[in-house]
Design a protein around this ligand. Sequence first.
Ligand code: GLN
Length: 208
Amino acid sequence: MKIGVLALQGAFIEHIKMLENVLTKKEMSELVDLVEIRQLKDLEKIDALVLPGGESTVQGKLLKELDLLKPIKERIESGMPVLATCAGLILLAREIENENDCHLGTFPIKVVRNAYGRQLGSFVTTANVGAIKDFPLCFIRAPYIKECLSPKIEILSKVDGRIIAAKYGNQIALAFHPEMTKDKRIHEEFLKLVYKNCKNKTSNRLAS
Ligand code: GLN
């Protein structure tokens, strides 16, 4: 099984380290490959993707220049699990307030970028994220989800009344940075989703 981490810009190393931490030695040596995605050929056969934080405008531009936008979009739309944090959430969003630029647009939400003003550019708090209790939330010039554009979206967490985590099918979008904390639970949940999806893919293949 291959898990890709988009490695064009931003905090991708932190995600790789977190995944290495979550995976057992056996999984690392026999089952799972972590792949840095930098060009089209890296996308081959990945079963899941992590979109890290960073600067969404830069990441979007690079994705376009490297012809990665369309193939990634198609893979996500055909069900590949994706974990997106901060700038990654912005890349996934169908609409970005006050901007015409949408990137992958696979997640039917409207987001507001840099939503917390200068003083509150970065802050840490704690909240439940779905079934995960008291997760440490680290926000860095974070966006929030202003509007959900599909009834199928599951809201996972809110802070001060604002949606900051949501799930839509196999897409998980977070405005904060779990990879910057020591808490592994979100990456563990993501791995479970990836395993489940791979299992379904195999049984669908066997059934057809
Ligand atoms: N402010 C960044 C953007 O708009 C996101 C910040 C982050 O990923 N920590 O892309």
